[in-house]
Design a protein around this ligand. Sequence first.
Ligand code: FAD
Ligand code: NAP
Length: 542
Amino acid sequence: MTSEVQHANSDVSHHDVIVVGAGFAGLYTLHRLRGLGFNVRVVEAGSDVGGTWYWNRYPGARCDVESLEYSYSFSDQLQQEWVWPERFSAQPDILRYIQHVADRFDLRRHIEFDSRVESAEFDEGRDEWTVTTGKRRQLKARFCIMATGNLSLPRVPDFPGLEDFKGKWYHSGLWPHEKVDFTGQRVGLIGTGASGIQITPNVAKEAAHLYVFQRTANYSVPSVNRPTDEKEMQGYKARYAEIRRSQKNSAYGIAGFEVPTLSAIEVDAETRARTYEEKWGLGGNISFLAAYNDILLNKASNETACQFVREKIKSIVKDPETAELLCPKDHYIGTKRLPLEIDYFATFNRDNVTLVDVRNYPVKRITKDGILTKKQAYELDAIIFATGFDAMTGALLDINVKGLGGKTLQSKWAGGPLTYLGLMTAGFPNFFIMTGPGAPSVKTNMIPHIEQHADWITDCIDYLSRNKHVRMEADAKREQEWVKHVDDVANATLYPLAESWYVGANIPGKPRFFMPYIGGLDKYTKLCNAVAANGYDGFHIR
Ligand code: FAD
Ligand code: NAP
């Protein structure tokens, strides 16, 4: 292992491993590598740790996996000490937790903040990566780990005229650090995905008027959020070891997940309605979608769940025309991420909230005074873009990555992202990808998955270093087989039918490619472990 070399007046430093990103993934990877004795440098574009929870500070931002499970398991002391205030904690509390982890494990001194990585190039002669930041700093290391996040490149649609707008505009994923006060303002919100659904009720409480511009109506189920019950939390903490084991052995990274055994269409309508009602009352998206074993497999079964949610929307929203417009009809429930709502549908009963149909009357342009649709002009003081991300591949392809023979990742992935186990891509040795395409990533509770990826990758780097191996690369044929497997698993479900960001449909021109592996975290972990136990089967090592 090298010792850190950085000359006073030089902007080149040498390390064993470079990690890009200081969110949940980058931080735990750093902690683990440092524990193994490596010299590690983390490079982060933001000014602090937190990743998703550093950037997405919009009103209402919170997790949709229960906090007691959406948290690290690697330190029992940490999980015993930490107190989560709510069942689904809000962004400031999650960020406070990540900041606490950075301080408690003394991680910050290994991180360079305010540094965006622009390129990463492999030197074949030296078996070494050179990473260059926007500040023209160079970092060199044998191994490079991309912990760049899969929902970390925000996307503002290409509406003409945005530069003319006199008011202020915001993106959910680039929210200012100071509080944005919408009191007395006319606000336009574009986007009704999970972010838009969380923002709507909160901004509606402040704004003089909120216009929600909806292109595609979305399903949403209640979160049933509540303050954490002290007794429940103590019960959890007493059983944490067992809970964490159960998480890692489940498809969704969620403990106690009961695999459903019944089909939605095998039971009678009354039983079905009772089951959905019970799930609706309990809150949570996975619990709702797992009411039956074929909701994501069978169109007729799925339609029973769609119908239930549409009826709920109609029972909440008083104006029948608005209710009808809010009822999703163009995709199967769960085939796009199913957001959790807190008063989202009820907010459309307020006098100061208007739902605007931009499916039939699309946005034509932004003007100096607001938004012009095909139907009419809306005068606005502020615009919020809750228009999502270039998901899964965006942050990776935003970096100019060059592997063997100078081949770029952009050219290799021009037809879609190719990986072996989501961990590596052939032709890019010693280059690891965390929770990206080809891995369960967004189709599971991300924290146990991040820990699984970090453990696997750091164990692998430790193995290579101890055995004096200088290069590891995915086999191209095994990569093709894995990509096909990921696709086959997806094609056995209803997921690929939706125009979702899982297939890149939200980005004009992005190749349609089902990106996450939906075979389950449990299965995936076993596969990765077997590959490692088999001498890193499917990888070339030298
Ligand atoms: P991120 O948190 O995205 O961190 C990546 C970091 O890399 C960022 O800080 C970014 O600045 C940095 N970076 C990227 N490119 C560069 C570059 N070129 N140079 C330098 N730095 C770079 N998942 C769940 O399982 N449950 C949830 O409830 C949940 N809620 C979410 C809510 C929101 C609003 C969003 C957007 C996502 C949510 N997710 C959720 C997914 C969430 O992204 C993950 O749970 C997790 O936080 C990802 O951690 P990460 O470290 O892998 O990536
Ligand atoms: P998203 O799901 O991609 O939603 C983007 C929204 O913007 C969609 O309603 C989309 O409409 C709309 N939109 C995009 N371009 C448009 C255009 N040109 N004109 C009109 N409308 C346009 O993004 P997101 O809501 O930020 O969520 C992304 C992911 O982050 C989620 O799926 C989830 O995984 C995660 N997240 C989680 C939580 C949580 O609860 N924990 C909260 C926020 C985000 P179309 O559908 O018609 O494209």
